[in-house]
Structures are given as structure tokens and as C-alpha cells.
Design a protein around this ligand. Structure first.
Ligand code: DAT
Ligand code: MG
Length: 152
């Protein structure tokens, strides 16, 4: 199947503290995406600086890294048809005012600096992020029995 993609989704410390880990996982499961990898962890400042390297010059960068290192995160890889683009739609917009109800951000956050969940913004960045957060052997190869009911 073409456009089968993997995306890196990460529940941020506020998502963990606010108890919406299950809710976010549920949305990706119910959509029909396949879980390929998941870990609950405390990320180091150094690791988060690498993850957000593209934003290093932004004024909010130090605060962003401090917030992301302030508690545990849930790092995940989800796979399926157009998973990167559709994952971003499920996530909602960066600007809270633009995040529609029904999206993760639209339903659960009001300020850009506490926005619950990360999702890769392109196939290329997804591949980079997956390689940063997971070892190749942590990515599980499996076929869900639901596949014929999700894809024609
Ligand atoms: P996104 O997470 O929607 O991909 P991004 O990659 O541009 O957005 O920025 C990464 C994170 O940085 C974002 O989730 C929250 C934070 N951020 C972005 N713009 C910000 C701003 N203007 N003020 C404070 N934090 C910001
Ligand atoms: Mg981004």
C-alpha cells in the first residue's frame, strides 16, 4: 500500500500529569493506526535539545526544553496510511486558537507552551525523530488482524 507511513507521536509532561495518556492512545487506535513502538520515559535536556534542534534560535526554546524535561513523556510510533499528515490533523494546530474541537489540542489545551502532544510534521522529520527516540530493535514488526477491515 502506498503512503504507509510512520509518525512519531509524543505525549508531553502536561498530557501525562493531566491524565490523558489513555485518551490520546485511544484516538490513534480507534482511527485504525497500528502501534509500532511505545515507551514511558524521562527525557534528558540534551536529548530534547536534539529533538527540537530546528527551533534552537527561537526565544521560547529554553522554556520549551525545560517544560519537556519537567516530567515524563510517552514516546510512540504509529503506522498507517498517511499517518504523518492525518496524525497532524488529529493533533490540531500549533496555535491554540486555530485548533478545532475534536482534535487533541483543540479538546485539551489553551496555551501554546502547554500543548499536550507532539506529532511529526513531515515524513522526513518523522524518520529522524523515530531514529532519535527508538533503537531499530524497539520497533515491533507485526500485522494487526484488523488490517483487512481497515484497508480495502
Ligand atoms: P508543533 O508542535 O505544532 O509542530 P512547532 O514544531 O513549531 O509546533 O513548535 C514546537 C513546540 O514549541 C510547540 O509544540 C510549542 C512550542 N512553541 C511553538 N511556538 C511557540 C511560541 N510562539 N511560544 C511558545 N512556545 C511555542
Ligand atoms: Mg513541530
Amino acid at each position: 500500500m502506498s503512503n504507509t507511513e510512520r509518525t512519531f507521536i509524543m505525549i508531553k509532561p502536561d498530557g501525562v500529569h493531566r491524565g490523558i495518556v489513555g485518551e490520546i492512545i485511544k484516538r490513534f487506535e480507534q482511527k485504525g493506526y497500528k502501534l509500532v513502538a511505545m515507551k514511558f520515559m524521562q527525557a534528558s535536556v540534551e536529548h530534547l535539545e536534539k529533538h527540537y534542534a530546528d527551533l534552537a534560535k527561537k526565544p521560547f526554546f529554553p522554556g520549551l526544553v525545560k517544560y519537556m524535561a519537567s516530567g515524563p513523556v510517552v514516546a510512540m510510533v504509529w503506522e498507517g496510511l498517511n499517518a504523518v499528515k492525518t496524525g497532524r490533523v488529529m493533533l490540531g494546530e500549533t496555535n491554540p486558537a486555530d485548533s478545532k474541537p475534536g482534535t487533541i489540542r483543540g479538546d485539551f489545551y489553551v496555551q501554546v507552551g502547554r500543548n499536550i502532544c507532539h506529532g511529526s510534521d513531515a515524513v522526513e522529520s518523522a524518520e529522524k525523530e523515530i531514529a532519535l527516540w527508538f533503537k531499530p530493535e524497539e520497533l515491533v514488526n507485526w500485522t494487526t488482524v484488523q488490517a483487512p477491515w481497515i484497508y480495502e
